[in-house]
Design a protein. Structure first.
Length: 221
């Protein structure tokens, strides 16, 4: 039986990775007409960068992303609240290998009580899609509303469950009580930089005038 196991790399940062270890064992036999996908179901607070995944295609497979993947929006501003689904179609299938999916965590509202917000995500799993070579992703539109409906398909879906069932992240967030400190610090920094620029410009003008004055004296002599 196939074995799909995942773990988090740097789970307390804003840019963790999901490391997945795949052991197909005897399930690889008689799968010449099948496509293998690694499937990630991500909550709204976690997203991927499609352009980054495109650059990593050689090592992680061809990525297809559905759902919210805006790189700039904080959690409270996103429009797609169902999160996102990522398919990594494997082109170089082996009996055993490892891949790492880089993910990113959205900035969240500050909290009074904590500086980290826990996030639980479903562990990725694998699937064989057999019988339809033109099927670009697994036929899961009945299970996930994010996927576009495919009217006619002869593809057969064979799920290879992953473990553990869930993975736990912790996104760093600001504390409400630090807001005033940050505001005053930012204001003070802006004022200091403004005066420093004014001082530097004034000093430069004085030096230039002195240089010009010395030049005029030499000419008069």
């Amino acid at each position: 039986m196939a074995h799909i196991r995942s773990e988090l790399v740097q789970p307390h940062s804003l840019h963790p990775k999901i490391a997945t270890f795949v052991d197909l064992k005897d399930t690889y036999n008689n799968k010449e007409s099948c496509q293998l996908d690694i499937i990630y179901v991500l909550p709204p607070s976690v997203f991927v960068d499609p352009y980054q995944l495109r650059d990593l295609e050689e090592s992680i497979g061809k990525a297809t992303v559905f759902g919210e993947h805006d790189l700039e929006l904080p959690l409270e501003k996103i429009k797609e609240t169902r999160g996102s689904i990522v398919f990594l179609r494997q082109s170089h299938i082996q009996t055993k290998w490892e891949l790492e999916l880089p993910v990113h965590l959205r900035y969240q509202q500050p909290s009074i009580h904590t500086d980290h917000q826990p996030i639980t995500i479903q562990s990725p799993y694998a699937s064989w899609t057999c019988g339809d070579e033109d099927q670009p992703w697994p036929p899961l539109f009945n299970e996930y509303s994010l996927l576009p409906s495919i009217q006619e398909t002869s593809a057969e879906f064979i799920k290879l469950p992953g473990e553990p069932a869930t993975l736990n992240l912790a996104v760093p967030i600001g504390k409400v009580q630090d807001a005033s400190t940050v505001a005053y610090g930012t204001f003070g920094t802006v004022i200091f930089c403004t005066f420093w620029i004014i001082y530097s410009v004034g000093l430069s003008i004085k030096k230039r005038r002195r240089t010009e004055a010395k030049g005029k004296r030499r000419k008069s002599e």
